[in-house]
Ligand binder design. Structure first.
Ligand code: BMA
Length: 340
């Protein structure tokens, strides 16, 4: 029996399917009914992908990147009883600022959804004189209060930790340029109040492994475990035909997550199925959320596929952590505190 435990509430109805694939490495298997969200999923929305879900009131709720029929991405709210079949609200999420005035970003994409204490936070990418991180909070999924942009442009990939560490909110992000950035490492920043951010630390960089040799970025919110923070992230390699996005795995120090304890040299999942290889942008698997159950150790990973669909894959904390540890290669720039 493994000693590895997830430290989070039990979620008894986490979606699950017994292992279905022989697999070629990592103990992650795709849901046989993938994709769980297909094309034209809602009114005036052509594609939903790169989206995040959470347990909420005995069911599930999520924030979804919806590519509108005018081509502009925005965030839509969705609800589900089983976290597989989703119903989306017709209207885009409408934010208000602290004074109650309406706030609609010019575009919004790649949302993450994280609960810290009693509040749910949405973190996404929006225009702030260039691509930057947008943020909002809600307690009821009716009123969404915009929190001022935490970081300067350009930055397109932020993930909040599900609890404070040493009294501070912690956020991973990936500073970048405004386009299809051909570089990028993951950094950590902290804040006592979600207004002032600092103590920036380098967490991990791209590596010489070809699948993540161009750039990396935070994926799903880190999962707290007895081994450290389990992070599913995306790694990008460049080919003569464009970027390929795979899912990678690392374990960060529980008290000081700028320190990488283990980092898997192999990808955990890479585009192989038709819905990952073919779509608006081919060869993309882009994790944005997990549902996980502390009782059983089951983990369901939600990932965007080919910038067109949402896919679901399964693993267990015990199996994936053993695999990451067995195949771990960490470099000085991973294991150092990340301060220069
Ligand atoms: C990244 C982001 C993601 C997208 C990926 C592949 O830069 O824009 O939203 O899935 O490119 O196109």
């Amino acid at each position: 029996m493994s000693e590895v435990k997830i430290i989070a509430p039990a979620v008894a109805n986490v979606p699950w399917q017994e292992r279905t694939e022989a697999g070629n490495g990592a103990p992650i298997w795709r849901y046989t009914e993938n994709p769980v969200i297909g094309r034209n999923p809602a009114k005036e929305v052509a594609r939903i992908f790169n989206s995040a879900v959470m347990p909420y009131e005995d069911a599930f709720i999520g924030v979804f990147r919806g590519e509108q029929t005018n081509g502009v991405p925005y965030i839509y709210l969705g609800r589900s009883q089983d976290a597989i079949h989703w119903e989306f609200e017709e209207e885009k999420i409408s934010f208000v600022d602290e004074e109650g005035n309406s706030f609609m970003p010019r575009y919004a994409y790649d949302p993450r959804l994280v609960k810290v204490e009693d509040t749910y936070y949405i973190i996404w990418c929006q225009d702030f004189y260039g691509a930057a991180i947008g943020m909002a909070r809600t307690t009821d999924f009716k009123t969404f209060v915009r929190v001022e942009n935490p970081f300067l442009p350009f930055n397109r990939n932020a993930v909040l930790f599900p609890r404070k560490i040493h009294g501070n909110f912690m956020m991973l992000s990936r500073p970048s340029d405004s386009g299809h950035t051909p570089f990028g490492d993951i950094f950590l920043s902290e804040s006592p109040d979600l207004v002032y951010w600092g103590k920036h630390r380098h967490v991990m960089g791209k590596s010489e492994n070809w699948w993540e040799s161009l750039k990396i970025g935070g994926g799903a919110a880190p999962i707290e475990t007895t081994e450290g923070w389990l992070l599913f992230y995306h790694g990008v390699g460049g080919t003569c035909n464009g970027y390929v996005y795979s899912i990678g795995g690392a374990i960060l120090d529980i008290d000081n997550p700028s320190i990488v304890k283990y980092r898997c040299e192999n990808f955990l999942l890479t585009p192989e199925e038709w819905y990952e290889e073919r779509g608006f942008v081919p060869n993309v698997t882009f994790p944005c959320a997990t549902l996980h159950d502390a009782e059983s150790g089951r983990i369901a990973i939600y990932y965007g596929a080919a910038d067109t669909y949402v896919g679901l894959a399964f693993t267990t904390a015990e199996e994936i952590i053993s695999y990451i540890k067995e195949h771990s290669v960490v470099r000085p720039n991973d294991t150092e505190i990340g301060k220069r």
